[in-house]
Design a protein around this ligand. Structure first.
Ligand SMILES: C=CC1=C(C)c2cc3[nH]c(cc4nc(cc5[nH]c(cc1n2)c(C)c5CCC(=O)O)C(CCC(=O)O)=C4C)c(C)c3C=C
Ligand SMILES: [Fe+2]
Ligand SMILES: [Fe+2]
Length: 344
């Protein structure tokens, strides 16, 4: 029986269908470097329970009473140093957009695939882009959190946010979430190539290569987060691919926040230590970041280099992230094509 006799094939509302969406999602970024843009962004980021796991009763007074009064100014200044002035946005957004556009080009042989990109915090939001994909007829979506190593505070929160939006939809698309690819040979080879390419441009030879990953509190690791192990595996495979050993390669962790102990060794302390041990020439890379951003351009290319030189180091080079390079896109494309199997 037709539940609505007025609904005939001729006047059925237009429905788009038959497409598969690929949604690339990175962390996010403020809209500007001014106090209010920074505050809005940090408030959203630091209210996320996957990022700060402390009781809200304890955390919110600190967040709203201290952190959101002081940090927006301080971090806004840091963002200003690395802002993409041509597009008036951060490089994280510039590279993520470019990765989306290049991915669409690369998947042209799959005419039913639509590629889009979003940010976990700030704009464009995951909800907005899921709606846009649905509008274009995507009944299936490959949701790709752009993190090679899994962490609850990055990968899981992207997935949570997407499913939170799906909870509101009458007609949900089918969703596949992309697993971590920390040990994918294409990823390791692309990282190794990026090291070789940077070294080829230098007129000096680094004595030590430091692979610096974003840290997480040790308590998250003890609670079962595999992030530390994923970082260590990426590090080991990269060390082997480059023919290095424990005397000229190491894994460190950066960007600690708050009073807790984070994963160690810390990158900034390591810079001091290496210089004090008499190491004069160091290269640092950030294998866990798919795109250069505040944490790589300011904290590593800027600050870590200064710390090293301040303590007696002589030569320092930051190896760029894979960004939207040919090699970087090869990695993302390989992962996406694998996850599209049976769908596209
Ligand atoms: C407890 C706080 C934080 C955890 C845990 C955390 C994990 C984590 N973050 C990234 C990647 C990025 N973080 C970035 C910025 C950033 N991270 C935190 C805090 C935690 N991150 C803060 C407060 C900030 C903002 C800047 C600041 O106030 O210091 C960025 C850069 C974004 C940009 O626009 O450039 C990235 C990328 C990972 C991979 C990770 C856990 C594995
Ligand atoms: Fe972070
Ligand atoms: Fe930082």
């Amino acid at each position: 029986m037709n539940p609505n006799p007025n609904l005939t094939p001729a006047n059925h509302p237009k429905v788009s269908f038959g497409k598969v969406g690929v949604l690339l999602v990175n962390l996010g970024t403020p809209d500007g470097t001014d106090y209010w843009s920074m505050r809005r962004y940090l408030a959203e980021f630091l209210s996320d329970r996957r990022v700060i796991e402390w009781s809200r009763l304890y955390w919110y007074p600190i967040l709203y009473g201290i952190v959101l009064n002081k940090r927006p100014q301080k971090v806004g200044k840091a963002y200003e140093e690395i802002w993409n002035k041509d597009r008036n946005e951060s490089y994280l957004r510039t590279y993520t957009r470019s990765q989306g556009e290049l991915m669409a080009e690369r998947l042209k042989d799959l005419p039913n695939v639509v590629v889009d990109w979003a940010m976990r915090y700030g704009k464009p939001s995951i909800a907005e882009r899921i709606d846009a994909l649905k509008e274009k007829g995507c009944e299936r979506i490959v949701l790709f959190p752009l993190y090679p190593q899994y962490a609850a505070s990055t990968t899981a929160t992207v997935n949570d946010k997407a499913f939170e939006h799906l909870m509101k939809l009458r007609w949900q698309p089918a969703v596949r979430t992309v697993p971590p690819y920390h040990d994918d040979p294409a990823y390791i080879e692309a990282l190794a190539n990026s090291v070789r390419q940077t070294y080829a441009r230098l007129d000096w030879e680094p004595e030590m290569l430091v692979a610096s990953f974003h840290g997480i509190p040790q308590s998250y690791f003890k609670a079962g987060d595999p992030y530390y192990c994923h970082c260590q595996k990426t590090g080991r495979l990269l060390k082997e691919a480059l023919g290095l050993n424990d005397k000229n390669f190491m894994v460190t962790f950066q960007s600690r926040f708050g009073p807790e102990e984070w994963l160690q060794p810390y990158t900034d302390k390591t810079m001091e230590k290496l210089a004090e041990q008499g190491i004069k020439r160091v290269a640092v890379m950030n294998p866990g970041f798919v795109s250069d951003c505040l944490e790589t351009l300011e904290e590593i290319a800027g600050e870590a280099g200064e710390i090293f030189q301040h303590h007696g180091g002589e030569k320092f080079v930051h190896i760029p992230c894979l960004n939207d390079s040919e090699d970087g896109m090869n990695v993302l494309e390989k992962v996406v094509r694998r996850e599209l199997q049976g769908w596209a």
